[in-house]
Design a protein around this ligand. Structure first.
Ligand code: PSU
Ligand code: MN
Length: 301
């Protein structure tokens, strides 16, 4: 595993670092917006006074802290694998490029000693999972880590109530930022109540540190609602999601292809609106992640 020098130094000095994933770049958005977003996410983290560490696999080598050229390759290459735990050894052994999902990013972030990780929206239990058994590895990996993932709740293409149940089974603490309900990606509010709401990052950091002190295995999901200005109304985006799900079913799309297909289809059907929203919420999560990482660093002094 290669860890960029400035990240290594920051971790040694107790300086705040925020992990970022690469599947959102390689498989979650079209070029060139994906590359611009990758840079914007790093910039958002820096602006808050933390160091970004985008994680991915370059020619079979896991990298914590991709450089600009590598981010561009992630954003443009056609042969980048979408990597979760089961794909890791294959990607490394074959010397391939791999974009790490939330689940695989958690593995490397934890190994590097990074505690906070920001993304757009985590994977979860897919609709129809009672038939397909499609439950994202993200939930299990989060449950088995010590990482805090900052996300706009759970992707709206999923079955949210079932996802909440699995998060509970996995022992993941869900903390909602300001809103008493779980965020649902494109819209701000899923209507699903969340037990724990925090008003400022110091409270979140305190909980994260308590969890660390208790040596409790199991991650934390911070649900950060999408910025208001770009949040989409349920009445507009819900039918688009339904249509995308219908097309996926007709085309027999399943497994790891499912989420990239749905996100791409929703961009197309919403005439690009969902992409702008996805970018805005990811940036907002990177920014909140950096604030939380900073608060953790301050409280750890
Ligand atoms: N957030 C986004 N866009 C994305 C993802 C998250 O805004 O594309 C990615 C993450 O890498 C997450 C993955 O782990 O979607 C979920 O894939 P799956 O449902 O196949 O587990
Ligand atoms: Mn899946």
């Amino acid at each position: 595993m290669r860890i960029r020098d400035d990240i290594q130094k920051a971790l040694k000095d107790g300086f705040p670092v925020v992990a970022l994933e690469s599947t959102i770049i390689a498989h979650g958005m079209p070029y060139p917006k994906n590359y611009e977003t990758a840079l914007a996410l790093e910039e958002a983290v820096r602006k808050e006074g933390a160091i970004p560490a985008t994680i991915g696999i370059v020619n079979g080598e896991p990298v914590v802290g991709l450089n600009k050229d590598e981010l561009l390759e992630m954003a443009t290459r056609k042969d980048v694998m979408k990597v979760s735990r089961r794909d890791l050894a294959v990607c490394v052994a074959l010397g391939r490029w791999g974009a790490t999902t939330v689940s695989a990013t958690i593995i490397f972030a934890e190994e590097a000693g990074i505690e906070v990780f920001a993304t757009g929206g985590i994977g979860g239990v897919h609709r129809g999972a009672e038939e397909t058994f499609d439950i994202s590895r993200d939930l299990l990996e989060l449950g088995n880590s010590n990482i805090t993932v900052v996300s706009s709740g759970v992707k709206a293409i999923l079955d949210l109530p079932k996802t909440v149940e699995v998060l509970e089974t996995e022992g993941v603490t869900v903390l909602s930022y300001q809103l008493p309900h779980l965020a649902d990606f494109y819209s701000q509010d899923s209507g699903l109540p969340v037990d724990y709401v925090f008003e400022n990052v110091n409270e979140a950091a305190k909980i994260i540190l308590a969890r660390r002190k208790l040596k409790l295995k199991g991650g934390i999901l911070v649900s950060n609602p999408c910025p208001k200005e770009l949040a989409l109304d349920h009445k507009d985006i819900d039918p688009v999601i339904e249509e995308a799900l219908k097309e996926a079913e007709e085309k027999g799309i399943h497994g790891k292809a499912s989420t990239p297909f749905l996100l791409g289809k929703i961009v197309e059907l919403s005439k690009g609106k969902s992409l702008e929203t996805n970018i805005a919420l990811a940036i907002s999560n990177a920014s909140l992640g950096a604030k939380i990482a900073k608060a953790i660093a301050e409280q750890s002094l």
